[in-house]
Ligand binder design. Structure first.
Ligand code: APR
Length: 247
């Protein structure tokens, strides 16, 4: 369904030399993964202070691992990339999309064919031992959970933790620096499916704007940065991106 807004979006994309895209949970909602703060948001059911906080995780890891076993793993293991993921991979292949910055931990961008992906909050498909740093896949650990919860490292019996950034933890300096650079260096910064309330990620659109980029926000609900954007589409990611790839 094309309309004046999506036609304008296509014109901006066609005119761009270097696009940086910034995504949040909204782009994976169409793959069946609930957002955090939307109507179906995980935060409505699960207390983030318990299952997304590093101090609570270290104190009572079983709370997280039960959530992982019953909710997160089944959702992410069965999720497929959707049209919006595929469209972004297509723009990358065309050499237009230079960098994809995501807050998502589901790995769907890479499964959708994107290569240059900066994962600000890590990836739950990777699980690491906090003692020996050995890495396991989420499938391996899901297998361990049938026998043992919380799971321990098969090699050293140390505690395992998903390779995601919990509240109270710092983001990777290297990943954040590269995300800031990609925000500065682009001429079009496209936000897709984020409420833009979590820092430092939510400061990247402003950095792009301050460095002269056109900023466009595609999000079902209003965000605190709508006022500084050049264009805002309060619609679904796939609806907005339908037909934007260059012929
Ligand atoms: N298309 C576009 N936007 C959508 C869609 C859709 N199909 N479905 C929902 N949305 C929008 C909602 O309107 C909501 O504002 O996606 C937004 C998702 O916002 P959040 O749930 O807050 O997710 P996000 O911005 O990614 O959260 C940032 O917070 O909880 C932490 O670490 C977690 O990475 C996460 C960070």
């Amino acid at each position: 369904m094309r309309n004046e807004q999506t036609d304008t979006l296509k014109r901006y994309i066609d005119a761009a030399e270097s696009i940086t895209v910034f995504t949040g949970a909204g782009i994976s909602a169409e793959s069946g993964i609930p957002t955090y703060r939307g109507d179906d948001g995980l935060w409505n059911t699960y207390d983030p202070a318990k299952f997304a906080d590093i101090d609570y995780f270290l104190k009572d890891p079983a709370y997280y691992w039960n959530f992982f076993k019953d909710i997160r793993y089944p959702l992410i293991a069965s999720a497929e990339p959707n049209m919006a993921h595929a469209t972004l991979a297509g723009l990358e292949k065309q050499g237009l999309l230079k960098c994809l910055i995501t807050q998502n931990i589901d790995g769907l961008h890479q499964l959708g064919g994107s290569r240059n992906v900066l994962e600000l909050h890590g990836n739950t498909r990777r699980i690491k031992c906090l003692t020996c740093r050995l890495e396991y896949s989420m499938d391996e650990v899901f297998g361990i959970l049938a026998e043992q919860l919380p799971p321990v490292c098969p090699a050293c019996r140390g505690p395992l933790k998903p390779d995601v950034v919990f509240f109270g933890e710092s983001l990777s300096r290297d990943v954040l620096d590269r995300a800031v650079k990609a925000s500065r260096d682009c001429d079009l910064f496209l936000v897709i499916g984020s409420s833009l309330v979590v820092q430092p990620a939510a400061s990247l659109p402003t950095i792009a704007k301050q460095n002269g980029a056109i900023v466009i926000i595609i999000n079902k609900d209003p965000t605190p940065l709508d006022g500084m954007a050049d264009m805002v589409l309060h619609t679904g990611a796939s609806t907005a991106l339908a037909g934007v790839t260059r012929q």
